[in-house]
Design a binder for this molecule. Structure first.
Ligand code: FE2
Length: 154
């Protein structure tokens, strides 16, 4: 099993514990959707595909583990680090990259490190394309505008 699938096994077992069926369904859709968007964005930017997908799979892990979104980016980065360390298949440098992306992913109004930006943009892309007929949230409009430019889909 490759590393993406190993992380998914851990994430799936956490999501499987969500009691409410609708919340559990959206948790899977969101994390796998953000992972696919992250793959697309990382490929386009020539960045690390595997680590981008793994950061995406873990990025909201605190929210789904605790059903509480307050400060979930910072708290989730700590949980992600624990999960990745326990798996013993990632270097300290790789874990630090993923930790940083998850820690900063709620700061959508700020431009951060190249790797961090993939996760922020992937989060926005999943939100928008989950149902393009829904109104785009105000705080995601700027990033989505830039993504459309980047992908030439204006
Ligand atoms: Fe998210």
């Amino acid at each position: 099993m490759n590393r993406i699938e190993q992380v998914r096994e851990v994430v799936d077992s956490i999501l499987g514990d969500i009691i409410n069926e609708e919340e559990r369904r959206y948790a899977y859709i969101h994390l796998y959707g953000v992972a696919q968007a992250a793959a697309l964005i990382a490929k386009k930017r020539n960045e690390n595909l595997e680590l981008s997908i793994i950061a995406a799979m873990l990025h909201d892990i605190y929210s789904y583990k605790n059903m509480d979104a307050a400060n979930h980016a910072h708290k989730g980065a700590v949980i992600a680090k624990e999960i990745l360390t326990e798996l013993k298949i990632f270097s300290g440098e790789e874990i630090a990259l993923i930790y940083s992306a998850i820690y900063n992913h709620s700061d959508k109004d700020m431009i951060g490190e190249t790797f961090d930006e993939i996760l922020k943009d992937a989060d926005v892309m999943q939100h928008v394309f989950y149902n393009p007929l829904f109104e785009i949230k105000a705080h995601e409009l700027g990033r989505f505008h830039n993504l459309k430019n980047e992908f030439g889909i204006i």
